[in-house]
Ligand binder design. Structure first.
Ligand SMILES: [Zn+2]
Length: 114
């Protein structure tokens, strides 16, 4: 069990090293409540190592204040990317991301809402 957790954390660490700062900031703020404590420690440490301080994290949280949250209290992800969703509207659900199949409520981040 301990070994499993260790390997798991190694995978998280490798993933965190490859992630861009915006992605890490989203995980440290809007996605924070859905993350494991161990993973959060790695993310916070990585942000610090890249020179992102607490003030910058707070500023990012402020920028993401329009984020939509689900009934479970977790931030809703954009239907097209990993960023947090800020808008919900009627649209076409696409098969494999390309073929429009049926209309329904969809969520979009600030980049994809237009
Ligand atoms: Zn998006």
């Amino acid at each position: 069990m301990v070994l499993e957790l260790g390997l798991d954390l190694e995978r998280v660490q490798a993933n965190v090293r490859k992630a861009d700062v915006e992605d890490l900031l989203d995980r440290a703020t809007v996605y924070r409540s859905g993350m494991e404590d161990d993973a959060l420690e790695l993310i916070d440490a990585e942000l610090l190592a890249r020179g992102v301080n607490a003030a910058a994290v707070a500023a990012h949280r402020e920028r993401r204040s329009a984020t939509l949250y689900g009934a479970d209290g977790l931030a809703v992800k954009c239907g097209r990317c990993i960023r947090p969703a800020v808008a919900r509207r009627w649209g076409w659900h696409c098969l494999w991301g390309v073929l429009p199949v049926f209309p329904g409520p969809q969520v979009f981040c600030d980049e994809h809402q237009n």
